[in-house]
Design a protein around this ligand. Structure first.
Ligand code: ADP
Length: 285
């Protein structure tokens, strides 16, 4: 972990980028063949304590990366690191970066790679001091440049790409509510979207808060329709190429969410070959 943090930190300097891209072009020239695609069903690499889990969750705004990454992190005993949460912590700390970040986030744009890498390195350092190892990254990498930097400093085992139709994504973002006290995510939207082009219909029941959270619900300032649409546009432009980056490495597992959490969670565990693992963990608890 210490080496990863050092490498990420040094990646913020421009001389590093120059050297980095030179090294990268040399290695690309030496080997032009992409690794073969992994066969289905995907068998994740895991040791018994989940220590070597180095996973990335990709997907459009509102798809549920945070929800699924957080559940898996609890199951596997590795930290869930969401760069969106790191950005929001920085916003609420009202430090020197806060004003600049508020403007960027409220326009639905991406924060610079340098700032994100600095926030991520700080988070990894804090985790290392607590003895953390492994991670599930959510919201990083979001540009091919970030993916290349990550690739240069560590090995990612698996990239899960969560998918939902765009109409569902917008409704989910607009229905999202967060408890300002406990930090849990809820959703007040009742979604019923007809499947198009032979795809199945999608229904999601609202995920309502318990009584103690009801009066404390807040909405993210970037969850307005205009900003959500801009975040989606930015995703298609800047983050979708990251899917291709990992697809060509044979690390991408596509997962079309069949519905809300109750239907999707068991199916995701099955796709990850973790269904039996969860049964054993629940039995042992
Ligand atoms: P979303 O719901 O759009 O996936 P997140 O909670 O992951 O949003 O992130 C919120 C905001 O934080 C993003 O719109 C962006 O401004 C910023 N952000 C988060 N992760 C990154 C990243 N890896 N690179 C650049 N900006 C980021």
């Amino acid at each position: 972990m210490a080496a990863l943090i050092r490498a990420l930190r040094s990646s913020s300097s421009s001389s590093y980028y120059t050297n980095y891209f030179i090294r990268r072009s040399l290695s690309t020239a030496a080997s032009t063949t992409a690794p073969p695609l992994k066969s289905e069903p995907f068998t994740p690499f895991m040791d018994t304590k989940g220590k070597h889990v180095q996973w990335v969750f990709l997907g459009c705004p509102g798809v549920g990366k945070g929800t699924f990454a957080s559940r898996l992190s609890t199951l596997l005993g590795v930290p869930h690191i969401a760069t969106g949460d790191l950005v929001r912590e920085e916003l609420s700390a009202s430090g020197p970066l806060s004003k600049q970040l508020t403007e960027i986030v409220n326009q639905g744009e991406l924060v610079s790679d340098e700032i994100i890498i600095s926030l991520l390195s700080k988070r990894l350092e804090t985790g290392e001091a607590k003895g953390e190892s492994g991670f599930i990254l959510d919201g990083f990498p979001r540009t091919v440049r970030q993916a290349e930097i990550l690739d240069d400093v560590t090995d990612i085992d698996l990239v899960v790409n969560l998918k939902l139709p765009e109409r569902v994504l917008v409704e989910k973002c607009l229905g999202r509510r967060i408890c300002s006290q406990c930090g849990k995510n809820f959703n007040v939207a009742n979604i019923n979207v007809k499947g198009e082009n032979g795809n199945p219909d999608i229904s999601m029941d609202p995920l309502l808060p318990p009584p103690q959270c009801v009066a404390k619900l807040i909405t993210r300032s970037d969850d307005t329709e205009a900003i959500v649409r801009e975040r989606l546009r930015v995703y298609y432009e800047k983050s979708q190429p990251v899917e291709e980056f990992y697809r060509s490495q044979g690390k991408l597992m596509e997962f079309n969410l069949p519905g809300g959490l109750p239907e999707s969670w068991p199916k995701l565990l099955e796709a990850l070959n973790l269904d039996e693992y969860e049964d054993k963990q629940s039995a042992a608890a």
